[in-house]
Write a protein that binds this ligand. Sequence first.
Ligand SMILES: Cc1cc2nc3c(=O)[nH]c(=O)nc-3n(C[C@H](O)[C@H](O)[C@H](O)COP(=O)(O)OP(=O)(O)OC[C@H]3O[C@@H](n4cnc5c(N)ncnc54)[C@H](O)[C@@H]3O)c2cc1C
Length: 263
Amino acid sequence: MIIEQCKIIRNDEVAGGIWEMEFSAPEIVSYYTGPGQFLEILLENKWSFTVRRPMSIANVEEKRITIIYKIFGRGTKILSESKIGGILDLLGPLGNVFSGWKEKYVPILVGGGVGLAPILNLFKECQKYKIHSNLILGARTGREHFIDHDPSNGIFLTTDDGTLGTSGTVIPTLENVFSVVDNPMVYACGPLPMLKAVQDFVIQNKIPAQLSVESYMGCGTGLCQGCVIKKRNIKAKAHSYHERYSLVCMDGPVYSADEVCFD
Ligand SMILES: Cc1cc2nc3c(=O)[nH]c(=O)nc-3n(C[C@H](O)[C@H](O)[C@H](O)COP(=O)(O)OP(=O)(O)OC[C@H]3O[C@@H](n4cnc5c(N)ncnc54)[C@H](O)[C@@H]3O)c2cc1C
């Protein structure tokens, strides 16, 4: 993990409120190990803005990295106003990676909201290795989608308001895809209610699955202890913090579905 000053190559709004930014990051790319990893972006080097913002790596092409983000608050607003040629201060690559997808399983990839960034990254890696996977992407409305609904090629879009793809959440589509796939493994990233629903589904159906968790995060390096998530099924000793909790920045963001608890 290093800090690199990276030149912005592209910064476009690709769908309603969803932005895609590409920058040159040769040093960070040289440490990159795969989909799941993320960056911490320092948006203003001021005391009033000390905490970096975590963003998943959505694509790596030669020495360039792409992120996909949604304007959420002050930091992402500043990001959307960044100009081509400008410099971003990035810490990365951070976190672990999705695993098992090159093995015997058929990956079913599920992304919700901007949780699609690491999922799209994994989808592209599967394509690169000629591994057939199914991609299910959910959004609140059709305006937030920027790829085509293409079920014949295993790409399924859903929208809460029914304006594009299948109406409703990603779960009914996940059920349908699961019913026709032999030996599936589910990979998911998205808002907590979606992750919880995916977790319930895979545990009920005994499907191996990995979930990438977007908890509130500060430093990204284990110092601030801000990104704590509860572990599941632990035989915790009353006083053992480390057996009960995990830091998403250090142990994650990718967890086996039966490892973490969203309650
Ligand atoms: C591992 C990881 C990967 C992420 N990948 C992406 C991505 O690819 N695209 C994307 O749009 N967003 C992603 N997020 C969420 C993104 O980091 C927050 O939306 C963003 O930090 C909000 O910053 P802000 O200044 O605009 O909002 P503010 O509300 O001003 O942020 C205040 C603080 O809260 C934290 N915060 C607020 N919302 C979230 C959230 N949902 N998750 C985690 N921290 C939050 C921020 O880190 C910041 O410190 C990711 C989060 C994590 C933990």
